[in-house]
Write a protein that binds this ligand. Structure first.
Ligand SMILES: O=C(O)[C@H]1O[C@H](OP(=O)(O)OP(=O)(O)OC[C@H]2O[C@@H](n3ccc(=O)[nH]c3=O)[C@H](O)[C@@H]2O)[C@H](O)[C@@H](O)[C@@H]1O
Length: 362
């Protein structure tokens, strides 16, 4: 998915003789520089800001909104985001990339703000917890301020982590009321601002950082490199994983809806982490073994979204089967590894949140 097929392909109609293939390629390369975008009338075209737009989810959202014909401004401080994720839009008249940290105020004119800026992977958000707090408080306040000043609608990327799950008997299926915070007239901070809140459950796909540290990218990279798949704890804890394109469609549907209360976006298909390890091992056809490491601290034991609200009010539900999403992600990471190998560098997946004790093997 790094270099989309349209970039190098010569349409059959143009490829009239073998002798002009090279010229045609060159021509197409020069003229058809970007993925195709729709043309929207002034009335339908929106100016959209995506904070964290060069990150894993943000860059896929950028692709969708650009292709839909909107004007997209990506703001990223490149802590976990990368220019490479959006490089195929650089120079396009509808696209702008700003190197900016949301902890500082931002003054631009926009109609919608997707506020995704925050590290999402545990090793990343625990790397500098105070900075993560600042990003999620001051950064959000700055974006709410911007939304209020320009009359934009803001979608906040919240997380399933708000439901907790360790230390109390967790309800296996988490609905939006599981941890209810009332929004009333006393919630002055969002006074006069149209807000949408997405509770995002575990998501995976291409453009996850090689050092992300979350389970799917770790297992895939380990399986591809013949290294042990690191299962934290017994592997009986569960998660339900959605493919990134499903999430992106949900985010856009939520933004354009009239629901101002939180909405879960996730795939309800729940598996144990050990099952994920076995599934990935067999899809990669890897000889890696499974290595049991100490349990991660405060690790939620069960997590599965209740998505009835999204289904009923947005008409949204995930459509990408787990295996299909995993295969696409495996393909992505194996290309990344090839690329890295050419530069003689293969990063190792990061370990996260370990309690200290000796690893077990099976
Ligand atoms: O992916 C996400 O969307 C969510 O990921 C994390 O939540 P978590 O569910 O802990 O995600 P992972 O770090 O991928 O861990 C999932 C499970 O796999 C386990 N794990 C992780 C990594 C690994 O190498 N091995 C392993 O067994 C973890 O202990 C945990 O039980 C973040 O805390 C959330 O903010 C984020 O929304």
């Amino acid at each position: 998915e790094r270099f989309p097929s349209w970039f190098v392909k010569v349409p059959a109609a143009m490829d009239t003789s073998a002798s002009c293939t090279f010229t045609s390629c060159l021509l197409i390369g020069l003229t058809q520089k970007y993925p195709p975008v729709k043309f929207l009338s002034e009335k339908d075209r929106k100016r959209i800001l995506i904070t964290g737009g060069a990150g894993f989810v943000g860059s896929h959202l950028t692709d969708k909104l650009m292709m839909d014909g909107h004007e997209v401004t990506v703001v990223d401080n490149f802590f976990t985001g990368r220019k490479r994720n959006v490089e195929h839009w650089i120079g396009h008249e509808n696209f702008e990339l700003i190197n900016h940290d949301v902890v500082e105020p931002l003054y631009i004119e926009v109609d919608q703000i997707y506020h995704l800026a925050s590290p999402a992977s545990p090793p990343n958000y625990m790397y500098n917890p105070i900075k993560t707090l600042k990003t999620n408080t001051i950064g959000t306040l700055n974006m709410l301020g911007l939304a209020k000043r320009v009359g934009a609608r803001l979608l906040l990327a919240s997380t399933s982590e708000v439901y907790g799950g360790k230390g109390r008997a967790p309800h296996p299926v988490l609905c939006e009321d599981s941890n209810k915070v009332n929004v009333t007239v006393r919630s002055v901070f969002q006074e006069g601002v149209e807000v949408r809140v997405a509770r995002i459950f575990n998501t995976f796909g291409s453009r996850m950082h090689m050092n992300d540290g979350r389970v799917v990218s770790n297992f895939i990279l380990q399986a591809l490199q013949g290294e042990p798949l690191t299962v934290y704890g017994t592997g009986s804890q569960t998660r339900a994983f959605q493919y990134v394109s499903d999430l992106v469609n949900g985010l856009v549907a939520l933004m354009n809806s009239n629901i101002s209360s939180p909405v879960n976006l996730g795939n309800p298909e729940e598996h144990t982490i050990l099952e994920f390890a076995q599934m990935i091992k067999s899809l990669v056809v890897s000889r890696s073994h499974i290595q049991f490491l100490p349990e991660a601290q405060d690790d939620p034991q069960r997590r599965r979204p209740d998505i009835r609200k999204a289904k009923m009010l947005l008409g949204w539900e995930p459509v990408v089967p787990l295996e299909e999403g995993l295969n696409k992600t495996i393909q992505y990471f194996s290309k990344e590894l090839e690329h890295q190998a050419n530069n003689q560098y293969i990063p190792k997946p990061k370990a996260a949140r370990m309690k200290k004790s000796r690893p077990r093997h099976n």
